[in-house]
Design a protein around this ligand. Structure first.
Ligand code: ADP
Ligand code: MG
Length: 693
């Protein structure tokens, strides 16, 4: 239990972050003021201060043990990228000095030809640049100064997941300020989106993980019969944390706190070996960076504890997969949470205008929200009864729903007040209820003073859903501002607008059980899209509506849309291809040989002893081995014929044919596994992986 030493987060928090406090003490007053203005108000960065900031950063980083710096970026691969450069510069007399210039801070040039660009960059013109994102703080990790950056091509098109997020934050701020101003708020200078992600993950024994090629190469088990015990006793959720797990979690917290990441809540999740970590919300761009670090450190720290952190959306069939709830709100620089309904939401016109904008945005651009969380991994979750369906709807809760209903019908809203509960035990407190109960099945739920977008997969970069959310809401706020700015008497106009919007988009509001079959039918009647998989979802990126949205808000150009479309399809096809090849490898080299080996043994026994038990099993196993072989051949055929000229058709082939062939193969394997002796099955089974942590 050596990791349980008393911690002092008050001392260690942010120790390795070039934070505002550090900047204040290391920079001249003038330079600090300029930089702070860019960070807070999005003013253009004045590059004349770059040299001073770089020098202060270097000095501080060296104190923290750094010898290198890196521009840290988020290419379209799904993970982060970094190339480390030493600070050293030779003096000519056989010594070196440590140098870091403003130019090096502001701009980097990774040799970028090996990152996905979706046709935006030929290898011959391989230049790609990274640009310092000063809105997310630099930090030191393992002897290197990390500088968060955005990544773009020689011709200025963005090639990453960070830049669209930054653009969307600016678009949202601009349009929200217009609306606020029209409504009479002149004090707020900046609007930010705040984001708090809750990260789910599995922890399993690392030695067992290493014995499965599928977990190593694809992050999930491609086969595996159900364990005799699963999650049916509901004894894992919020269960006692075992000491091995708590040791890991403590160390993870410590590492995260040092990097200024507010790890706050940790608990066991529903499935065996599943856990969750939530951090306190940050501005969206910082939250995205922090969540990437959370995932990275989960992997790293788990290794030290003989564990493996699985971040895949569906590591195991038959039990819950992992998601990432994104708590999202909009706030002003002077501390107003624009999604706080206050005690009297029906009279809070500012709140109602923002709520209307969000309802309309989610209804109008449901396809894009769906796309923002689409991945091969998440296809296993959305629509299964553990995660929201693929249909986007909004849960408002009782109070807000009544408010919206009243607005739409023109009736006056009667405030019924909040419920208090007396538990009938005098030593227990009387508790006042929240404005709403929870709805755990809704993909987009209002939770008091923020929305919780629940469809995101556990391995997703949250920059994607956040950038879509910000963009679609910016668009609707812009349309609203157009109307309000022209109004002479703004209040009645705003009320009328809220009524119109709520009436026209009420169909996206659903407060019932999103997991039920009735909802799927009801949603179809309402005309809500139900996009079944990633490939169909990617298609939506090219719709005229999407193009118009991105152009109007300035978040993506047409060329950038085109490039992302290709990258997303390609990434999907490659992911499924790797899964299929891994399964083929395991079937050919491990599963079939084990099955046939057991058949041979049974043949010997039955011949030597005449055992009826052996005979019966031999017959069964021989049949299974034959069907395994047939499914293997079918899978090989599906993989070999999947790739065609069109990227969309290729992805469709992977989705329709290869995934189906993998499922058929899996069915035979899962039927075989439980009747093969434990010492002859070549890989750990579900009960090993889930319960021998
Ligand atoms: P829950 O509502 O899920 O019970 P919390 O209220 O503690 O739990 O919040 C869960 C997550 O939502 C945390 O990451 C928290 O920081 C975040 N959160 C709270 N308020 C906001 C906000 N205004 N904007 C964005 N995220 C928020
Ligand atoms: Mg929550």
């Amino acid at each position: 239990m050596e990791n349980l030493k008393p911690l002092s987060p008050e001392k260690s928090f942010g120790e390795y972050v070039f934070s505002e406090a550090v900047m204040k003490c290391k920079l001249s007053k003038a330079a600090y003021k300029v930089l702070k203005k860019t960070i807070d108000s999005g003013d253009p960065l004045d590059s004349s201060i770059a040299d001073e900031v770089a020098s202060a950063m270097k000095e501080w980083a060296i104190e923290k043990g750094a010898t290198h710096f890196t521009h840290w970026f988020q290419p379209m691969t799904g993970i982060t990228a970094e190339k480390h450069d030493a600070f050293i510069s030779p003096t000519g007399d056989g010594r070196v000095v440590m140098e870091f210039s403003g130019k090096e801070l502001i701009k980097g040039e990774p040799d970028a030809s090996s990152f996905p660009s979706g046709g935006l960059r030929e290898t011959a013109t391989a230049r790609g640049y990274t640009a310092w994102d000063c809105t997310s703080p630099a930090f030191v990790k393992e002897g290197t100064l990390y500088i968060p950056t955005a990544f773009f091509s020689y011709t200025g098109e963005i090639l990453d997941k960070k830049a669209p997020l930054l653009r969307s934050v600016e678009a949202l701020s601009k349009q929200a300020l217009r609306v606020l101003k029209a409504l009479g708020n002149n004090s707020s200078k900046q609007v930010i989106s705040t984001v708090g992600p809750e990260q789910e993950y599995f922890l399993i024994n690392r030695k067992l993980r290493d014995q499965r090629l599928d977990l190593l190469l694809t992050g999930r088990t491609l086969f595996g019969a159900k364990s005799p015990k699963g999650q049916e006793l509901e004894d894992q959720y919020f269960g006692r944390l075992r000491s091995k797990i708590i040791d890991f979690m403590h160390e993870l917290d410590q590492e995260l706190w040092k990097l200024g990441i507010t790890a706050k809540t940790k608990h066991n999740e529903v499935a065996p070996a599943q856990h969750e970590l939530a951090i306190i919300f940050d501005p969206a761009s910082v939250a995205a960076d922090h969540n990437l670090l959370v995932m990275e450190l989960m992997r790293k720290v788990s290794k030290k504890h003989g564990l493996a952190a699985l971040l895949h959306e569906k590591p195991f069939a038959g039990i819950n997969g992992s998601g990432k709830h994104i708590n999202w709100s909009i706030a002003t620089d002077d501390g107003i949470n624009l999604l706080d309904p206050t005690m009297k939401p029906a009279e809070n016109i500012q709140f109602l205008v923002f709520l209307a904008a969000i309802i309309k945005a989610v209804d109008e651009y449901a396809e894009l929200l769906r796309l923002s969380v689409a991945s091969a991994g998440n296809d296993h979750r959305l629509g299964a009864n553990e995660a929201p369906p693929a249909i986007i709807s909004i849960f408002l809760g009782e109070e807000l729903n009544a408010v919206v209903e009243a607005i739409v019908s023109g009736a006056s809203y009667i405030d019924v007040g909040r419920v208090t509960t007396n538990l009938g035990v005098s030593s227990l407190p009387v508790v006042t209820g929240d404005a709403t109960d929870r709805n755990r099945t809704s993909p987009f739920a209002f939770t008091g003073n923020k929305f919780e977008f629940r469809m995101c997969g556990s391995s997703n970069n949250i920059a994607e859903p956040c950038f879509i959310l910000n963009t679609i809401v910016a668009k609707e706020l812009s349309d609203i501002a157009d109307v309000l700015e022209k109004a002479e008497n703004v209040e009645p106009v705003a009320k009328k607008l809220v009524k119109e919007i709520a009436g026209a988009h009420k169909k996206v509001v659903f407060n019932g059980n999103n997991y039920s079959a009735e909802w799927v039918e009801e949603a179809a009647r309402r005309g809500l899209p139900n996009i079944q998989n990633t490939v169909l979802s990617i298609k939506e990126l090219q719709s005229e509506k999407s193009k118009a949205l991105f152009e109007q808000t300035g978040v993506l150009t047409e060329k950038e849309i085109e490039s992302r479309y290709e990258i997303l399809l390609d990434h999907y096809s490659k992911t499924i291809n790797i899964e299929a090849l891994t399964l083929i490898d395991m079937m050919e080299r491990q599963l079939l040989p084990a099955t046939l080996g057991y058949a041979l043994k049974l043949a010997e026994i039955s011949e030597k002893t005449g055992s009826e038990a052996a005979k019966a099993r031999l017959k069964q196993i021989t049949l299974l081995a034959d069907s395994m072989d047939n499914e293997l051949a079918a899978l090989k055929d599906a993989v070999n014929t999947a790739a065609v000229d069109s990227p969309l058709e290729t992805a469709m082939n992977y989705r329709e044919k290869v995934v189906a062939a993998m499922e058929a193969a899996r069915a035979v394997i899962d039927e075989t596994e439980p009747i093969i002796p434990a010492d002859q099955w070549p890989v750990p089974v579900y009960s090993d992986l889930l319960f021998k942590v």
